[in-house]
Ligand binder design. Structure first.
Ligand code: UD1
Length: 417
């Protein structure tokens, strides 16, 4: 199994650049199924999950290729296939994003059920109810979801929960539906706004993005774009800021949209992290006081993101006092806690609540990554632990962080593969 060895205890210093947002580029690539002609996406992070989506587009008849490490060109000649391959959908849940675009563009989509993943069961019922509200016939047979509609028809689409993926899938589908759609109880994540901006530039009529009510007036066609830049990854930004906070020197994290990580910055300030915020950067400085416990509850945006929960837990393992983390989005997202305990952290888990009692030091150990953000949490722990930490299962990390170990090394971390 791939392994990273980290020698902990070295300060981080310097400037680091945040890459483009994984969670933006994945639905945006799916949206390119609906855009006629050519589109170029820039600031694309070179990640395994992005490669899976590129393969998915090719399997559906849309040519997509990296032609520079952070640019993807998409050629859509309009000859689409309806069936999404089983291996791609089951290896990445976000592949289900192709359902809405395929259905809207061709009237038919057959996509395997994505199934569970290590952080929970993650059904797609909200997506499917929404497609039905747009007039599609939905059936599930032999593990495939079939969706059919000669022409989708706009209407009210109330979501039972502000699901990020469902909001994106339905917003894409409604862009080419007949008439007006209102998505109620929509999610408000910045990645949804990024997707909406791409669609609007391509000719879609969308209003209210970033609020819980999104109005979409369907249009007949959407046109490819000469160049569309992906927003910076707010989760990578938060992860790098916590790395700097743990190692306690001066690090400038550049390419950040501070407004996208307000809830994270608020908790970090409460915890005692010393930083200043600039227009496109956060500068972490040496602490003026010891880190202290804070309580966190994950929530849909603009609440504290579940994708930052694991990294925050690492920081709290060495903060004085007792912190409580409540995970409200996913049912099984504390697997990193068990590994942090192997490094000396004091954590008690009671269903969806983790109680963390700060210790003076973590100590290096053998630990295993179980999912993407758990991986980031363990790398961060390795940076600050005494001695050597061997982190196994790096493939999880490569799904969503572009060269995280390399970026940390450039700041002064000691690690080798
Ligand atoms: C997206 C992000 C992921 C992030 C999550 C929550 C992408 C590619 N991934 O995932 O990194 O952790 O948002 O911020 O953007 N649910 C249902 N039925 C559905 C859909 C969702 O019950 O049809 C549940 C899920 O199981 C989960 C919760 O709703 O418990 C939130 O899921 P959702 O917001 O849909 O997350 P994703 O879009 O899968």
């Amino acid at each position: 199994m791939s392994r990273l060895t980290i020698e902990g205890g070295f300060p981080l210093k310097g400037t680091v650049q945040v890459s483009g947002a994984k969670n933006s580029v994945l639905p945006i690539l799916a949206a390119c199924i609906m855009l006629d002609g050519e589109t170029v996406l820039t600031n694309v992070p070179y990640l395994n999950d992005v490669s899976i989506m590129v393969r998915m587009l090719s399997a559906l008849g849309v040519r997509a290729e990296y032609y520079h490490h952070n640019k993807i060109k998409i050629w859509n000649k309009g000859k689409l296939r309806h069936m999404a391959p089983y291996d791609l959908v089951t290896s990445m849940r976000a592949s289900f994003f192709v359902a809405g675009p395929l259905l809207a563009k061709t009237g038919l989509a057959k996509v395997p059920l994505p199934g569970g993943c290590s952080i929970g069961t993650r059904p797609v019922d909200i997506h499917l109810k929404g497609f039905e509200a747009l007039g599609a016939k939905v059936s599930i047979e032999h593990g495939f979801v079939s969706m059919q509609a000669d022409k989708l028809k706009g209407g009210p689409v109330p979501l039972g929960f502000p699901s990020v993926g469902a909001t994106e899938n339905l917003m894409m589908a409604a862009s080419l539906a007949e008439g007006d759609t209102v998505i109620q109880n929509a999610a408000k994540e910045p990645e949804i706004t990024d997707l909406a901006n791409l669609l609007i530039q391509a000719g879609a009529k969308i209003e209210g993005v970033g609020t819980s009510t999104i109005h979409i007036t369907g249009v007949k066609t959407l046109q490819g774009l000469a160049s569309y830049p992906i927003i910076p990854d707010r989760i990578e930004a938060g992860t790098l800021i916590i790395a700097a906070a743990l190692c306690d020197d001066e690090v400038r994290v550049e390419g950040v949209v501070p407004g996208h990580i307000e809830s994270v910055l608020y908790k970090l300030k409460q915890c005692g992290v010393n930083f200043t915020v600039e227009e496109n950067a956060v500068v972490v400085k040496p602490r003026k006081r010891n880190l202290t416990a804070v309580d966190i509850e994950t929530a849909p945006y603009p609440g504290f993101p579940t994708d930052m929960q694991a990294q925050m837990m690492t920081l709290l393992t060495i903060a004085e006092g007792k912190s409580i983390i409540k995970e409200k989005i996913f049912e099984n997202r504390f697997m990193h806690a068990r590994e942090l305990m192997r490094m000396g952290a004091k954590i008690k888990i009671d269903e969806h609540t983790a109680t963390i009692t700060g210790v003076k030091n973590l100590s290096g150990a053998e630990v295993k990554i179980t999912d993407l953000r758990a991986g980031a949490a363990l790398i961060l722990a390795g940076l600050v632990a005494k001695g050597y930490t061997n982190v196994y299962g790096l493939h999880h990390l490569n799904r969503g962080y572009y060269q995280l170990d390399q970026k940390l090394k450039e700041l002064g971390a000691k690690s080798f593969k």
